[in-house]
Design a protein around this ligand. Sequence first.
Ligand code: SAM
Length: 321
Amino acid sequence: MLDDLPMRATTLQQNVLVASLSPALQLRVWAWVGRRCMPRNPELVAALAACAAACPTAVRVKELLESVEAYAVAEAFISGCAGRGRPTHTIADVACGHGMVGVLLAYRFPHSSVVCCDLARRPAFDAMVDAFAREARKLEAWAAPLQNLSFVEGLLDCEDIVSMLGPEACVVALHACTEANFAAAEMAQRHGAKWVLMPCCMRTDACAPAGCQLRRCADDTRHALLCGSLAARYGCELLVQADRRITNRNIVLCGGSGASGAEPVRFLLPHAKETAAPHRYPDLYGAHAAAEAAAALLAEESTCGTCAVANPDEGAAAAPA
Ligand SMILES: C[S@@+](CC[C@H](N)C(=O)[O-])C[C@H]1O[C@@H](n2cnc3c(N)ncnc32)[C@H](O)[C@@H]1O
């Protein structure tokens, strides 16, 4: 499916809307999402598809697939930690942008409080929440989903967020860009919270070991090295590489649960390969009745869309002193 989507050189084009794909390709996208994201809850795919239909600009192919990849890692990490007696009752999706990952986590963990935070609340967030509410009304089991979800407009380390953090919290920061990546990890560490990071643009001087210069590194190599450096700095417990065709900023780092090598946590990730075999989550919502109906639904690379810089190091070097 991924190879049939509009690509730049080696990753998905940035601004393609799901609604602009052919109907056949849209079905394949939704089937892919459904297999990787709560496959026993097909109403979730129905809600995302309803959102794309009602508000086409809210659901872009690349953002959707990136979010699903990141969600799958966060879900595995949070569930794995819970299985080892380190539960998560609060999730803060900071620098959340459209907020899709926060929405998915709130749906998956209805007994946890999930807060999405960004400098501005985007219409895409409300479009998604509305679509979930509409789809949920069709379910007998669960008429009002996402009651555990809220939005804070402000800096990621504002008082509303900081006051929620503690050992039973998890800070999620996906493609937060430059300093926001570290701000999120360091805030989580200060408060003993878990963290999930998917770094985007990173400056070498801020991320590499002190005094280390990176020369003649290809963009992917540089990104992987800087992620490795962050993994060491923050004591990463789980590192997952998402599909490189979706995003070249595809490394997800998780930590902060206190797990050690002597006491490894078992993380259950979806299959890396595209496969029809479903990844089984517990059916939290009793939604099997909806399964039949929704089954039918079944830069170049280094440029960051938000920062609009081809290489953050070059941007830093070009800036006036
Ligand atoms: C590239 S977007 C990523 C959005 C989303 N997490 C995702 O994965 O698609 C980066 C977002 O970070 C937000 N952001 C950057 N610095 C921030 C800060 N200090 N506090 C809150 N949000 C911030 C921006 O407003 C923007 O929406």
